[in-house]
Design a protein around this ligand. Sequence first.
Ligand code: NAY
Length: 292
Amino acid sequence: ISEIKGVIPALLTPFTAEEELDEKGLRALISHLIGEGVHGLYLVGSTGEGFLMSQDERKKAVEIAMDEVKGRIPVIVHVGAISTRLSKELTVHAYESGADAVSSVPPFYYKFSEEQIIGYYRDLAEASPLPMIIYNIPLAGIMGYGTLVKLAKIPGVKGIKYTSTTHFEITQLKSDIGADFMVYSGADEMALSGLLAGSDGIIGSTYNAIPDTFLAIYDAFVKGDIERANNVMKQGVEVIMQMLKYGSLMSLLKAINRWAGVPAGYARKPFSNFTEAEEASIRKDFVALKKR
Ligand code: NAY
């Protein structure tokens, strides 16, 4: 798992305007991002609208992606579902499809106990030889530090995608669990902070649209040029804050790709897509932002 590091887009899943999984779009987006130089991909997570897809669609998206990537960069597959049984099926499928790691949010909605959550991860870790990356994100209910430490000690659990802003816990995890426990920082607007706290990589939604920004931050960080990293981060924060204004991030990230000639499609309902007039006006906002 130590080779999975750097800038890792939480890949969008392109759907057609009729909401069908868009194989051509998915392939085009992947080949575009690999061309931009990203270091890995995180499939069917929150950004990938995984929870809006059927089991079969999730599997199909993974198969298409693995075929398009062809081993060029590592792939992490998000296998989270509320039911252990469903998540295990996706885990085994990810393994058989050649993924490099799996990742999962904790089971949510029913307020499962800590014991049940630990049992969930243990079952998934045992379901395949793949390293499991736990996924702490407010959308599924943030797990406390004590729980994270217990989870990190489960055999097969090799890392965490840390999508919370309390970055001192990244530093703590690295010293409490060990330097080889992989940490991926998931708050795009805090990418540099995450790296400074000790993260091995950064996984995020906006990397689908502005991978160059994060590749520049990562490159400067690795070379020790923190001033340059910080300057690029500042510009990135401005763009991300603009992106969050329209209330439908996945639709926006897909639209930005379409404007650049990458057919990333549309988001699935209940997410809303923009009308042509809305897109034209949003596009102007971004052109204005670029000129500043
Ligand atoms: C995933 O699984 O798709 C992610 O990694 C998504 C992480 C995102 N966090 C949330 C809460 O949605 O990329 C971030 C987020 O969109 C970004 O930081 C902008 O706020």
